[in-house]
Design a protein around this ligand. Structure first.
Ligand SMILES: Cc1cc2nc3c(=O)[nH]c(=O)nc-3n(C[C@H](O)[C@H](O)[C@H](O)COP(=O)(O)OP(=O)(O)OC[C@H]3O[C@@H](n4cnc5c(N)ncnc54)[C@H](O)[C@@H]3O)c2cc1C
Length: 543
């Protein structure tokens, strides 16, 4: 990778401006600061340029220029990611997709929309809402995050339990490949011919290219919705209720758990009606046909009571329902009331392991002298321990990172995975050996390194990240091969074996737009986060 010297920058800036226009390039250090982090503010890295293309041709031209000059590049949506995925770890270009934010087409008859990647998730539901439709993937950040970012991270949300994750709602993609070529993956139907390349792309965290148009499914709004709050004096009771509901064959749209620390922060901030003295609360939502819903709700209430709920009540009206959801969806922000900073962890575990893992999380965090709040997608075992800390206290960030590594190790040990929905990003590159053996190439296939391509897509192929600094001044993120120095180093048993099944790689890739997916990937959060493992085949074809 060529170093971008100060002497080369003015000429490069002029060329970039020729492609995207004079107002489409940032290079002043103060302006670049805005793009040095995503939602994981523990890590930061400065780009040399941030560019704002407005068309696929501009994206392709920028990528080709980066290739010519051997400059790394990385796509960025709204920067709400929580794993450092859009950071320019090696400098170079950040390609912001925020100006490509239009709804290009809505086909209500076929229940699909064609959108640009910078469209804010919620804006699509706003656009199609008046006709009774919505876009189902609903990350709690949906007011800000983009559909391009959702694609890259295969994002989920509270309603993933019933509706699946982003990959279940993507039909096709227009993509600029790492060498600047424009191709279509998938199409406009659910099961077209050929390999499921759109499925491969979704969740690959930008390593296979930059999405420039996305064909998504839109769903008819459910006829009826019922939201129930169940309150527990012990967190184990709430965990037991989650398992009981699923075991009873009920499929709520959402089952979210909120612990006491989080309830108190939410109540201080927003007053949403959660009882402050509860050890945990479950927010359970049913949706679908009105017929039969009361009976289902009764069964859920019974399951909660049997598990020990001290109170179970349904939202009396839409206003109360919205208030309860506001508490859940604003929980991360509410931590600002109780701590100057926090780090959101993201792991996935079998639901039945919830009581054990939650108690281990509390023990681990306490052992590091820190506090933790939990608010998460309990229905599909997707944990979000939020470790609270004060970056001004010396050594505290290092303890957060160490505690986070231990929590991820526990998730892996119980048969889970190191990401449910936030991705691997920079944050977890060092944890890949928790789920893949050292001999397995996937252990090093952290995002930004999956494509062993000759092109300068941001690469993390076992090289240090000189430009990434932690806020406490530590430089670089230890790459997987150097884990003796990384946060997961002490946790990695020598020769730890891989628990993951081997996926078969395709031997070739259709050259262009072949409409198509023969099978959708599993929407189970654990399985979907395994990194894509097609680099060899892909690279062969590309070369
Ligand atoms: C308060 C809060 C709540 C959250 N709740 C959830 C939740 O419930 N569920 C969940 O899954 N996540 C959640 N997140 C995480 C985050 O919002 C999601 O990962 C989201 O999809 C990121 O979108 P973004 O536009 O901000 O992407 P960014 O953070 O800008 O980028 C994320 C990744 O996408 C890549 N990328 C962006 N655009 C493109 C493109 N066009 N083509 C290829 N790659 C691209 C980037 O390179 C990067 O790797 C939450 C975050 C916050 C701050």
């Amino acid at each position: 990778m060529a170093t971008l010297t100060a002497a080369r920058k003015p000429g490069l800036r002029r060329e970039l401006e020729t492609i995207v226009g004079a107002g489409g390039v940032l290079s002043d250090p103060e302006e670049l600061l805005v793009y040095e982090s995503d939602g994981l503010t523990l890590f930061r890295a400065l780009a040399d340029f941030v560019v704002f293309p407005t068309s696929v041709e501009q994206v392709a031209a920028v990528v080709r220029l980066a290739n010519r000059e051997s400059i790394p590049f990385v796509a960025r949506g709204a920067g709400t990611g929580l794993s450092g995925g859009c950071l320019p770890a090696e400098g170079g270009l950040v390609i912001s997709m925020m100006r490509m934010n239009r709804v290009l087409e809505v086909d209500y008859d076929n229940q699909l929309a064609v959108v640009e990647p910078g469209l804010v998730n919620l804006h699509l539901s706003w656009a199609v809402g008046p006709r009774g439709f919505y876009f189902a993937p609903d990350p709690s950040s949906q007011q800000a995050c983009t559909i391009g970012g959702n694609i890259a991270n295969n994002s989920g949300g509270p309603h993933t339990l019933k509706y699946g994750v982003t990959v279940n709602h993507v039909l096709g993609l227009e993509v600029v490949l790492p060498d600047g070529e424009i191709v279509w993956l998938g199409g406009r139907t659910r099961d077209a011919l050929g390999y499921d390349l759109a499925g491969v792309f979704v969740g690959s965290e930008g390593t296979f290219g930059i999405a420039t148009k996305i064909v998504v499914r839109i769903l008819k709004k459910p006829q009826a919705v019922k939201t129930v709050l169940a309150v527990f004096d012990r967190i184990e009771q709430a965990s037991a209720a989650v398992s009981a509901i699923i075991a009873a064959g009920l499929v709520p749209a959402a089952v979210e758990m909120i612990d006491q620390l989080t309830i108190q922060a939410v109540e201080d901030a927003f007053g949403c009606g959660y009882p402050r003295d509860a050890a945990a609360a479950l927010l359970i939502e049913l949706d679908g046909l009105a017929v039969g819903m009361p009976a289902q709700a009764d069964r859920i209430v019974a399951a909660c009571r049997q598990a020990g709920a001290r109170e179970v009540r349904a939202a009396a009206d839409e206003a109360e329902r919205q208030l309860l959801w506001k508490g859940r969806k604003s929980a991360f922000g509410a931590y600002g009331r109780v701590s100057p900073a926090y780090m959101v962890m993201d792991g996935v575990i079998p639901r039945t392991k919830l009581p054990y893992v939650l108690s281990r999380v509390n023990e681990i965090v306490a052992a590091h002298g820190l506090r933790v709040g939990n608010v998460f997608h309990a229905g599909d075992g997707n944990l979000h321990p939020n470790i609270l800390y004060d970056p001004r206290k010396p050594g505290e960030e290092a303890r957060v990172v160490a505690a986070g590594a231990e929590i991820m190790k526990v998730c892996a040990e119980v048969g889970g995975s190191i990401s449910g929905e936030h991705g691997i990003g920079l944050e977890k590159a060092d944890f890949m050996p928790f789920i893949f053996s050292a001999a397995d190439p996937r252990a090093d296939a952290a995002p930004q390194g999956c494509v062993q391509s000759p092109w300068p897509l941001q690469s993390r192929q076992g090289v240090p990240h000189p430009q990434v600094v932690r806020r406490d001044g530590a430089r670089g993120v230890p790459p997987p091969r150097h884990r003796e120095s990384g946060p997961g180093a002490a946790l990695l048993a020598p020769g730890a074996s891989c628990r993951c099944s081997t996926s078969s790689a395709p031997s070739s890739v259709p050259p262009t737009c072949s409409p198509g997916s023969s099978s959708r990937r599993s929407c189970s959060r654990g399985a979907r986060r395994r990194p894509p493992c097609f680099p060899a085949a892909w690279t062969r074809w590309r070369r």
